[in-house]
Design a protein. Structure first.
Length: 165
Protein backbone atom coordinates (compact mmCIF):
# COMPACT_ATOMS: atom_id res chain seq x y z
CA UNK A 1 0.00 0.00 0.00
CA UNK A 2 1.55 3.24 -1.09
CA UNK A 3 1.09 6.25 1.13
CA UNK A 4 -1.21 4.30 3.45
CA UNK A 5 -2.41 5.98 6.62
CA UNK A 6 -3.85 3.66 9.28
CA UNK A 7 -6.32 4.98 11.85
CA UNK A 8 -7.07 2.87 14.93
CA UNK A 9 -8.81 3.84 18.18
CA UNK A 10 -6.31 4.92 20.79
CA UNK A 11 -7.94 3.03 23.66
CA UNK A 12 -11.04 1.16 24.71
CA UNK A 13 -13.71 3.64 25.72
CA UNK A 14 -15.38 3.99 29.13
CA UNK A 15 -18.20 1.59 28.25
CA UNK A 16 -15.80 -1.29 28.80
CA UNK A 17 -15.18 -0.30 32.42
CA UNK A 18 -18.91 0.21 33.03
CA UNK A 19 -19.78 -3.18 31.58
CA UNK A 20 -17.01 -4.89 33.52
CA UNK A 21 -18.17 -3.27 36.78
CA UNK A 22 -21.77 -4.42 36.16
CA UNK A 23 -20.70 -7.98 35.44
CA UNK A 24 -18.37 -8.06 38.45
CA UNK A 25 -21.15 -6.75 40.72
CA UNK A 26 -23.56 -9.42 39.45
CA UNK A 27 -20.99 -12.15 39.97
CA UNK A 28 -20.13 -11.01 43.51
CA UNK A 29 -23.81 -10.76 44.46
CA UNK A 30 -24.39 -14.30 43.18
CA UNK A 31 -21.37 -15.70 45.06
CA UNK A 32 -22.27 -14.03 48.35
CA UNK A 33 -25.81 -15.44 48.22
CA UNK A 34 -27.51 -12.06 48.17
CA UNK A 35 -29.92 -13.15 45.50
CA UNK A 36 -32.39 -15.75 46.58
CA UNK A 37 -35.55 -14.24 45.22
CA UNK A 38 -36.65 -14.46 41.61
CA UNK A 39 -36.79 -10.68 41.38
CA UNK A 40 -33.16 -10.38 42.39
CA UNK A 41 -32.15 -12.90 39.75
CA UNK A 42 -34.11 -11.00 37.12
CA UNK A 43 -32.53 -7.66 38.04
CA UNK A 44 -29.04 -9.15 38.10
CA UNK A 45 -29.54 -10.90 34.77
CA UNK A 46 -30.69 -7.66 33.14
CA UNK A 47 -27.72 -5.82 34.64
CA UNK A 48 -25.41 -8.63 33.52
CA UNK A 49 -26.81 -8.52 29.99
CA UNK A 50 -26.35 -4.75 29.82
CA UNK A 51 -22.82 -5.09 31.16
CA UNK A 52 -21.98 -7.76 28.59
CA UNK A 53 -23.47 -5.59 25.84
CA UNK A 54 -21.37 -2.60 26.94
CA UNK A 55 -18.20 -4.73 26.90
CA UNK A 56 -18.94 -6.16 23.45
CA UNK A 57 -19.77 -2.72 22.06
CA UNK A 58 -16.52 -1.27 23.42
CA UNK A 59 -14.53 -4.16 21.94
CA UNK A 60 -16.29 -3.78 18.58
CA UNK A 61 -15.54 -0.06 18.36
CA UNK A 62 -11.95 -0.45 19.55
CA UNK A 63 -11.10 -3.19 17.03
CA UNK A 64 -12.10 -1.13 13.96
CA UNK A 65 -9.28 -0.06 11.66
CA UNK A 66 -9.59 2.52 8.86
CA UNK A 67 -6.87 2.52 6.18
CA UNK A 68 -6.60 5.43 3.76
CA UNK A 69 -4.52 4.81 0.61
CA UNK A 70 -4.14 6.46 -2.77
CA UNK A 71 -6.45 3.82 -4.26
CA UNK A 72 -9.25 4.10 -1.74
CA UNK A 73 -10.57 3.55 1.74
CA UNK A 74 -10.51 0.24 3.62
CA UNK A 75 -12.50 -0.36 6.79
CA UNK A 76 -11.76 -3.58 8.63
CA UNK A 77 -13.14 -5.02 11.84
CA UNK A 78 -12.41 -8.64 12.78
CA UNK A 79 -15.44 -8.73 15.10
CA UNK A 80 -17.93 -7.90 12.34
CA UNK A 81 -19.70 -11.11 11.35
CA UNK A 82 -21.12 -9.98 7.99
CA UNK A 83 -17.85 -8.97 6.31
CA UNK A 84 -14.68 -8.19 8.17
CA UNK A 85 -13.31 -5.94 5.45
CA UNK A 86 -14.91 -3.29 3.24
CA UNK A 87 -12.90 -1.75 0.39
CA UNK A 88 -14.05 1.41 -1.36
CA UNK A 89 -12.40 3.23 -4.24
CA UNK A 90 -12.33 7.01 -4.02
CA UNK A 91 -14.95 7.24 -6.76
CA UNK A 92 -17.32 5.20 -4.55
CA UNK A 93 -16.97 7.44 -1.47
CA UNK A 94 -19.82 9.90 -1.98
CA UNK A 95 -20.28 11.80 1.27
CA UNK A 96 -18.75 12.44 4.67
CA UNK A 97 -20.81 13.79 7.54
CA UNK A 98 -19.48 15.24 10.78
CA UNK A 99 -21.97 15.58 13.65
CA UNK A 100 -21.18 17.82 16.60
CA UNK A 101 -23.39 17.69 19.68
CA UNK A 102 -21.93 19.63 22.60
CA UNK A 103 -18.62 17.83 23.23
CA UNK A 104 -19.50 14.65 21.30
CA UNK A 105 -18.29 14.27 17.75
CA UNK A 106 -18.94 11.49 15.28
CA UNK A 107 -18.23 10.90 11.62
CA UNK A 108 -20.23 8.96 9.05
CA UNK A 109 -18.64 7.91 5.77
CA UNK A 110 -21.14 7.10 3.01
CA UNK A 111 -20.20 5.06 -0.06
CA UNK A 112 -22.17 3.91 -3.06
CA UNK A 113 -20.88 0.53 -4.23
CA UNK A 114 -23.46 -0.88 -6.60
CA UNK A 115 -25.84 -2.55 -5.96
CA UNK A 116 -25.60 -1.53 -2.29
CA UNK A 117 -25.30 1.71 -0.35
CA UNK A 118 -22.91 1.61 2.62
CA UNK A 119 -22.22 3.89 5.54
CA UNK A 120 -19.77 3.51 8.38
CA UNK A 121 -19.81 5.42 11.66
CA UNK A 122 -16.30 6.06 12.93
CA UNK A 123 -14.99 8.00 15.93
CA UNK A 124 -13.98 11.58 15.13
CA UNK A 125 -10.36 12.02 14.14
CA UNK A 126 -9.42 15.30 12.44
CA UNK A 127 -6.57 13.66 10.51
CA UNK A 128 -8.86 10.93 9.18
CA UNK A 129 -11.50 13.47 8.19
CA UNK A 130 -8.91 15.60 6.39
CA UNK A 131 -7.46 12.56 4.59
CA UNK A 132 -10.89 11.37 3.38
CA UNK A 133 -11.93 14.87 2.26
CA UNK A 134 -8.63 15.47 0.44
CA UNK A 135 -8.17 12.09 -1.24
CA UNK A 136 -11.86 11.61 -1.97
CA UNK A 137 -12.03 15.10 -3.53
CA UNK A 138 -15.07 15.98 -1.44
CA UNK A 139 -16.33 19.56 -1.27
CA UNK A 140 -18.51 21.21 1.39
CA UNK A 141 -22.20 20.90 0.60
CA UNK A 142 -23.75 24.03 -0.90
CA UNK A 143 -24.51 26.66 1.71
CA UNK A 144 -22.28 25.11 4.36
CA UNK A 145 -18.88 26.34 5.42
CA UNK A 146 -16.10 23.89 6.12
CA UNK A 147 -15.15 24.22 9.79
CA UNK A 148 -11.63 24.30 11.16
CA UNK A 149 -11.27 20.61 11.93
CA UNK A 150 -9.03 21.00 14.97
CA UNK A 151 -11.10 23.77 16.59
CA UNK A 152 -14.72 22.66 16.46
CA UNK A 153 -17.24 24.43 18.70
CA UNK A 154 -17.87 22.71 22.05
CA UNK A 155 -21.42 23.94 22.49
CA UNK A 156 -24.57 23.45 20.48
CA UNK A 157 -25.43 21.12 17.64
CA UNK A 158 -24.14 21.17 14.10
CA UNK A 159 -23.82 18.84 11.13
CA UNK A 160 -21.14 19.44 8.52
CA UNK A 161 -21.25 17.62 5.18
CA UNK A 162 -18.79 17.09 2.38
CA UNK A 163 -19.92 15.47 -0.88
CA UNK A 164 -18.85 14.84 -4.47
CA UNK A 165 -19.75 17.65 -6.83
Amino acid sequence: MNNAIIFEPRSINGKFATGFALLLGCFLAWISGLITEAMGILVLSIAGFLGLYAILDALYVSSRKVIVTDQGLTISNPLRLWGTRQDFGWDEVKQLELSVRDEQRSMRIKADKLPNYYYEDVPYDPELLQAVVTRGKLKPVKGAEAPTLTALPNEGKAVYRWAKK
